[in-house]
Design a protein around this ligand. Structure first.
Ligand code: NIG
Ligand code: FE
Length: 430
């Protein structure tokens, strides 16, 4: 048996892939026999599981799994074995909303916040996103890449196996392309599964504040064609909110993005009832994210859409905001996803386990609901639900082995502790 503690962590692709058998698993969680795209409403309380289980990983994929009692009859079992007695095994987290390529932290601005300035006031003074955009101009692609790689390493230690990363600190064509090229390099070199989102419409640069439609024109006529031509983005995003981009701006950008085959993932209803949710649904957005200002009309718009409502607890916590009505959404039969929003301005942490604890503590979500919200539902919200988000035969072997913990409930209860002992990505032990 391999000693679980002797593995060192390496997230850059280079290791040799071997077949692995994990045995004596206390519970194998989020197993899926019939594929689903996401879990909604009351079903979020179900977490399919097998007690005293084994899991066979072959060529980077989930090959087979079952109860320990069936194992002796199996042929061709791998010699490399991991004993997971007392431990849970479950799919690695998918973090469907981050801005983890950024030039520098912004703790000084945070002190302004503590002193009482609002997010919008800081943005109006040229702080916030514009502050990061200024620093972005100065940083080299190599530095951005190395810094982001370290952040990927850090989030993987907490169990994240897939991550969506946005541009949006460029705000000029060249700078946006630079960010997206960094994300492309991360995709090529990291073991994490990465999706890229073009967020040229993240904030309005100072010189366009009198006529923001001119900046929207640049996003549409200059940025989008270049991004599409270089194949740099999987998705498109717009910060559709009070003081940022309007519903009309968003409509125009999404219409053009659709021509390039980019599906939207929208920043919506964080600061007001902005109409962001509705315009996102209208354009068949994969997700609408933040959602602090969600009422009956927004819930009605989301019903029977293919749009995943995604809550970002880290930002609400850090900015001390209203909380999105998670329970109300689930009671209305909607799915809910939880992601970190990892960014230097409103959520300087990519720790999904902390987000999961916030899901229970702040949003009163049950541990089972939380686990669904950070695995299958976030996998859907980043378009990877066919390959990730559950333990299913043929899916990528992105799995977490927990420490010896007393229960599943402990996952969202012990909020400061890293409950993850080992992370396996694409069948490789990290
Ligand atoms: O998701 N809401 C818009 N954008 C980011 C904030 C980014 C920043 O402040 O740097 C967010 O919270
Ligand atoms: Fe965000």
């Amino acid at each position: 048996m391999a000693d679980i503690k002797c593995f060192t962590f390496k997230i850059r692709k280079n290791d040799v892939m071997s077949d692995i058998l994990i045995v004596n698993i206390k519970e194998l969680l989020q197993v899926e026999n019939e594929p689903v795209s996401y879990v909604a409403g009351k079903d979020m309380q179900n977490l399919p599981r097998i007690e005293n289980a084994w899991l066979w990983i072959k060529e980077g994929k989930v090959f087979d799994y079952g109860e320990m009692s069936e194992l002796p009859g199996k042929e061709g079992l791998p010699t490399e074995r991991i004993d997971a007695a007392g431990k849970y095994v479950l799919p690695a987290w998918c973090d469907s909303h981050t801005h983890l390529v950024y030039p520098q932290s912004r703790e000084i601005e945070y002190i302004d916040k503590i002193k009482g300035l609002s997010y919008e006031e800081i943005a109006a003074r040229g702080g916030g996103i514009l502050n990061s955009a200024k620093k972005m101009q100065e940083d080299s692609e190599d530095k951005l890449y190395e810094d982001a790689m370290k952040r990927l390493d850090e989030i993987a230690r907490w169990g994240t196996g897939a991550v969506e990363i946005k541009s949006g600190y460029g705000l000029t064509t060249e700078s946006e392309l630079k960010m997206l090229r960094v994300i492309k390099r991360l995709k090529e070199n990291s073991k994490l599964t990465i999706k890229a989102t073009f967020l040229g419409a993240h904030s309005i640069p100072m010189e366009y504040r009198d006529d923001q439609s001119k900046y929207v024109d640049i996003v549409i006529n200059e940025m989008l064609p270049r991004v599409a031509e270089e194949g740099l983005a999987d998705f498109v995003d717009v910060f559709c909110d009070k003081g940022f981009f309007t519903v009309e701006d968003t409509d125009r950008i999404l219409e053009t993005a659709a021509k390039y085959g980019m599906r939207p993932k929208i920043h919506a209803n964080e600061l007001d009832y902005s109409g962001g949710i509705q315009v996102g649904v209208k354009h068949n957005a994969l997700s609408v994210d933040h959602l602090e200002f969600t009422g009956d009309a927004e819930i009605a718009a989301l019903k029977n859409s293919g749009t995943m409502p995604t809550i970002l607890p880290g930002a609400a916590f850090f900015l001390n905001m209203e909380l999105a009505p998670a329970r109300k959404m689930m009671e209305a039969g909607l799915p809910v996803a939880l992601a970190t929003d990892f960014n230097p301005g409103s959520s300087p942490s990519g720790n999904m386990q902390l987000i999961m604890a916030m899901g229970s503590v702040m949003y009163r979500m049950l541990p089972e609901e939380v686990i669904n919200a950070v695995t299958i539902n976030t996998a859907y919200a980043m378009g990877v639900e066919k390959e990730l988000g559950t333990i299913a035969k043929g899916k990528k072997a992105n799995v977490i082995i927990t420490k010896d913990i007393p229960s599943v409930e402990y996952m969202t209860y012990a909020y400061g502790e890293n409950k993850v002992e080992m992370v396996i990505l694409n069948g490789e032990v990290m």
